[in-house]
Design a protein around this ligand. Sequence first.
Ligand code: G3P
Ligand code: MG
Length: 370
Amino acid sequence: EPSLHYYNRLNLFRNAFGIAFDIDGVLIRGNETIGRAPDALRRLYKDVERGELLVPYIFLTNGGGTTEAARAVVLTRQLKVPVNPIQVLLGHTPFKSFAKRYRSRRVLAVGKGDPAKAMTSYGFPKVVKMEDFYKEFPHIDPLESFKPWVKNETIPTDMHTPANERQIAAVFVCSDPVDWGGDLQVLCDVLRSGGLPGNVDSNIPQPPIFFAADDFEYPAKFPVPRFGMGAFRIALETLYVKLTKRPLAFTSFGKPKPIVYHLAGKSLHNIARMMHLQDKMLLPSTETSTASTLELPEPREEDPPLKTLYMIGDNPETDIAGAIRVGRPWFSILVRSGYFRGTGNHDKYPADKVVDDVYEAVDFILKREG
Ligand code: G3P
Ligand code: MG
């Protein structure tokens, strides 16, 4: 059958398939790799040195705070395989689709790392990061003098800049907020003033707020999981409702949202097509890679679909729940190396397969497909 031959010429497997790897709790914990993660990934290359893939795979994380290109560089160093930016899907990667909507309006980027850089790389022309936004509003944070890390330099408000240019049209929470106390205060100010802190007007509509993910907790280096973006969202929502007596209108992305799996499937499909068309390696990423590497062609009608898409994750409520919700061709594999530590399967969101770690997961896939 020609359609199978199309992929199998390179894949050497019976069926065409792709793999999406969750990062935290599967491949990395803190800054260190988990178990034999690098060995597991090496098995997906025909030639690791040349970056020539045998199996299309991507990283599908709810984390973020960098550009995809910068994260690819870090992953390359940590996992010792050449990672291309097109293989990196962060929690905020779907924000790219909003760049046109906000092409002439100012947006606020919140979270650890450099979320404004990521937003700018997506094509948002007017992005201000939370740390800089604070400085436009003297005395907005009465606790600032107790925060030794805050540089005490107030940007004087330019009275000639029209309010509609300083106004925030939408908030994008890209990665875990660092200074919860200050950020909660300023976000409540933004949301109940129609985007320009300093007044309260219940007649002005609340600006949209988007969250890259909604993870309540995630495993970090500490023995007990840490609060994630979902916990921050609950804190913000609680305060906003108490303040305004109105519900908070928000949209969150990240696993387990179906759109993320559709985007992931599209990426895997395109990587498989590139493997076929180019018949050569995916080049190792560099810091200079730009967002244009994210511009993947739409899958074509005539492309045969990947028959199985594997999701390897450690969190039943995000990684596995999402794969269950979108159904086939997704096949979920739950690992015990991160958030989930149970001996059997998860009660509410049982995975198709449960294994100890990512090496075992890849081994299972290659045997099942081989
Ligand atoms: O902040 C949550 C994030 O660390 C979860 O990452 O890779 O497990 O989706 P991941
Ligand atoms: Mg995880």
